[in-house]
Design a protein around this ligand. Structure first.
Ligand SMILES: [Zn+2]
Length: 173
């Protein structure tokens, strides 16, 4: 940015200082008016530079916050590993202690859970999958963010109804 602006402000201030020195020595009103003009120009330059510095400081703070968010997201992402929940169906599974594939992360103290792979990879969002049973008696893991359903091979337990009583003559109907 504005290395040249710094240079020009410095030159303006130097010129103004020189003019002030000359005016103080001579006590000439015309020279004093010129000094006031130079001081005004220098002051304008300093204000402009201050505004640019303030803008740069804001951009720096925004960039630092974005970097912190990205680092946090990366640490969070690295605590999961791709996992095939059923044939060809992939989710991310929280790495457990001792499961350090791909990172030096020692694992998490959180309970085992799965998160949505598309939400993590495309949006950087950690969406913990919720388990529910479908009408066919299988569990699926459902994303609360994108509504995807990840089929599992896990069946719901069968409910054992008592056997129907023997009724050869149909009297119990
Ligand atoms: Zn999702």
């Amino acid at each position: 940015m504005n290395v040249s602006l710094f240079g020009s402000i410095g030159a303006t201030l130097k010129t103004a200082q020189d003019a002030i020195n000359v005016a103080l020595e001579s006590r000439d009103l015309i020279k004093n008016a010129a000094v006031v003009q130079q001081l005004s120009a220098a002051q304008h330059g300093v204000l402009s530079l201050t505004a640019q510095l303030f803008e740069l400081q804001n951009k720096y703070l925004e960039t630092a916050q974005e970097l912190a968010d990205l680092k946090k997201s990366l640490v969070q992402r690295n605590s999961y590993a791709l996992f095939e929940i059923s044939k060809g169906i992939f989710v991310y599974r929280l790495k457990v202690a001792g499961d350090t594939a791909g990172t030096e992360d020692p694992g998490s103290a959180e309970p085992e859970h799965y998160i949505c792979q598309p939400c993590m990879d495309t949006k950087g969002v950690r969406a913990v999958l919720l388990r529910s049973a479908n009408a066919f008696g299988f569990y699926s893991l459902n994303c609360p963010i994108c509504d995807r359903k990840f089929a599992t091979d896990e069946k719901t337990p069968r409910i054992n109804l008592p056997p129907a009583p023997h009724d050869p003559f149909g009297r119990l109907r």
